[in-house]
Every structure is written in C-alpha cells, then in structure tokens.
Design a protein around this ligand. Sequence first.
Ligand code: AMP
Length: 280
Amino acid sequence: MITVTSIKELKEVVNKVRKNSTVGLVPTMGFLHEGHMSLVKQAKETVDFVVMSIFVNPTQFGPGEDFEKYPRDLARDEQLAREGGVDLLFTPTVEEMYPKPGRTTVHVSGITEKLCGASRPGHFDGVSLVVSKLFHLVQPDYAFFGLKDAQQVAVIEQMVQDLNFPVTIVPCEIVREADGLALSSRNVYLSPEQRKEALILSQSLKHVKERFLNGERNAEVLRQEAITLIEESPLAQIDYVSLLSYPELETVSYIDSPAIIALAVRFGNTRLIDNALLKN
Ligand code: AMP
C-alpha cells in the first residue's frame, strides 16, 4: 500500500494507474471499523485499484459539533487499510484540501433539507464539496458509500447525475455489531450504559421492518411505533424519527414505493443515526 498526503503525489499515482486499471474510491473520515472495511471489500471485488481517503472534513461540521474531538488514529487506520487490501491511502491535511478560503458551494437542493440536513444546516454542502473535490482528484470509475448514511447516498447520487460526474456510485449495506448496533466511529463516545440503551435504535428499525413486511403500510403508524419503542430508553433523546420516500425523501402517508425509516437519537452528547429501507 502506498500512503500519500499531497494532492500532487495522489495525482501522480492515480494518473499512471488509470491507464490500464479501473479505479475505485472509498471516502472516509477514518477511525476505521468493519463498516468502512466492507466498502473496501466491495471495491476490491469491483475494481483493480482501490483508493481510500481519510479526511475529517471541517466543512461538513457545524459550529459546536465534534470536529475537534472526532476520533482519530492514523497509525491504526493505516494498518487496517493495508490489511484490508487498500492500494493507495490518501490522508491530506486540512490545509492541503482547503489551502485558501473557498468561494464555491456545491448545494444539492430539496433532499438536503430533510433528516440530517434539517438538524445539521450546511452539513451536506460540506459533504458535496469534499466529495466533488475527491472525485476530481482521483477520477474514480466507481465510488463506494455506506447506506448507514442513506441520505448521503441520495445526495451524492443526485449530485453525480446533475453534474455528470463520470463515476458510478455503489451503495453498500449497513454493517452492524452482533447485537444490532450499526458500526460508527462515534460509538467510542458511548458509556457502557448508553451503549446498552443504544440497541433500541436497531431494535425499533427491525420492528418497523417486520411490521412493514407483514403488511402495515401506514407511515405514521410505523413511525409512531418506532418512537414509542425508543422513548422506553430514559437515556435516548430523539432528534428525528422520519419515514419518507427513498431516495426522493418526500413525505408519504401510504407506503406503495420504496421508503426509508431514518432516525437520529442522542445519548448524552453522542448523536447516532441509523435507518432501514422499506421495500418489497
Ligand atoms: P465516515 O468515516 O463515517 O464518514 O464513513 C465513511 C463511509 O463509510 C461512508 O460511506 C459511510 O456510510 C460508510 N459507513 C460508516 N459506517 C458504516 C456501517 N456501519 N456500515 C456500512 N457503511 C458504513
């Protein structure tokens, strides 16, 4: 595995490789876990050469969010990336990615105003900006994103379509702990008590999915059942529990096309997200 920190080195390597290999990109913010590595696995099955980026992107964090204290461990990440079969690891500094204050916004409208976009204003502008930059730098044939961040997948797909990025987006399934908790770099913030109670998230989604598969199609009924379950945990503070069409993220009352139940819940200062797609 080659590790580079500069854009110049990154381009030198990928420009050479691209002549006779397909290139895949796995963008991450590091503190790698099995969720990230599942994207690498999928990438290795799809392309000849896998590029992973590790960059905690300041433009997607709002004021008062956890940019400074976001977990970081580059040495460990490098080892995991190498073991996972990443070919090229790009770990730029903030100055390398944003050498001067930028003046360009990449804004996907509509779908970014729902769910996490409503709770984290500007978040998806930061995501679209950094992903655009990475797509221009790496020019991957395929890019791999986890459905853990299903809204992010919808936003990136829309951006790729609107701006004709020559890349195919590959959405990858959510990886969970054995007990159901969706893997997340932020799980390390949870106290043992919070970790135990956080199980209610995947359990409530599982409940809704089962009810849907058994024929319940009333979105508000399903949403309320999820809320009732989550409210049983005294430590859980709901940010949102929403049931919308997917990927359009429009309000639905009767579910007759693909939909998503998505939630964001705080345990202390830690905000966790999870979701389940509802389709026949
Ligand atoms: P992050 O480092 O949290 O920005 O995540 C980088 C990529 O890994 C994103 O595409 C995420 O959706 C994906 N990812 C994070 N956690 C999981 C998970 N538990 N299962 C699948 N993909 C994940």
